[in-house]
Design a protein. Structure first.
Length: 285
């Protein structure tokens, strides 16, 4: 899909001034689905693992009926675990939000095949710039009086402070925010890095690289962990200089997550860690 003149100008400016390509310029078409179904993308196994181990605890903590507001839904592979734990009859509206129309269509089709009676609504939205407050209010007006907001295994979205602020502003009385994340562990560095240094991931970033006027080359990708910011960062090298293509929040401990969310006014209901898969899950209000 070709960028509008305004979008192209925005991309050119951020590349020049910040030396980065925002993920929204890469995350189009079916590129993400190819990553999510790539057997070499082992992060997905860990993300589903922590979800399966924690979603039952979420269900035990929340009064029903509810609306589910699933942010950055991708291809929707996590949705069945959530519906089965919460109970289909307890979900008045299941809202899926994504910046990629192809993923919204795929996720909706996938879920309705298994749950044809599910009341599912799709929202094409860049939550990092537009927020979700109006969606949260719309769900309560048309569905249940309690929203469960989900951000499952999406350290990229969560790395943006503005996104966290938007989520906090959308949480009202009796609402909940459920978050799962991979943690960074030095002894697991190779395992963590390997999920990002694969051709399907390079192909996704190459979309943005091409749009910025550069020629993709797998050999020019690199990755590192920034302990100071708790971010995993991926780069593409151009003329000897690094261009940031990914920043994903991966703290070294669950305490860092709790402290970060406290700064925005969140209160912990539970926060657990699975050390075997170096991942965590938490429910907040």
């Amino acid at each position: 899909m070709k960028l509008t003149q305004k979008q192209q100008k925005e991309l050119n400016e951020v590349v020049k001034k910040k030396r980065e390509i925002p993920i929204r310029f890469c995350y189009v078409g079916m590129a993400w689905h190819k990553i999510a179904t790539d057997p070499n993308y082992t992060l997905k196994t860990r993300e589903l693992g922590i979800l399966k181990k924690s979603i039952g605890l979420v269900a035990s903590k929340i009064s029903t009926p509810i609306n589910v507001l699933h942010l950055g839904v991708g291809n929707g592979v996590e949705i069945p675990y959530i519906i089965d734990a919460m109970g289909l009859s307890n979900i008045k509206i299941y809202a899926i939000v994504d910046i990629n129309k192809s993923m919204l269509k795929l996720a909706k089709s996938f879920v309705l095949k298994k749950y044809p009676k599910l009341n599912i609504k799709s929202y094409f939205r860049d939550i990092e710039t537009e927020g979700i407050k109006d969606i949260a209010e719309e769900l309560k007006n048309n569905g249940a009086k309690i929203n469960l907001i989900l951000l499952i295994g999406n350290g990229t979205i969560f790395s943006n402070p503005q996104t966290v602020k938007f989520i906090r502003e959308s949480i009202k009385q009796r609402d909940h925010f459920f978050l799962t994340l991979e943690l960074f562990k030095k002894e697991k560095q190779k395992e963590i890095f390997d999920s990002y240094m694969i051709p399907t991931v390079f192909d996704l970033f190459s979309i943005g690289i091409k749009r910025a006027g550069f020629k993709p080359n797998y050999k020019k990708f690199s990755i590192k962990y920034d302990l100071k910011t708790s971010r995993l960062k991926q780069f593409f090298q151009i003329n000897g200089k690094k261009l940031l293509v990914l920043s994903s929040y991966k703290p070294i401990s669950i305490e860092k997550i709790e402290n970060r969310l406290k700064q925005y006014g969140f209160k912990k209901e539970f926060l657990i860690e699975n050390k075997k898969i170096h991942s965590c899950a938490g429910l907040f209000i």
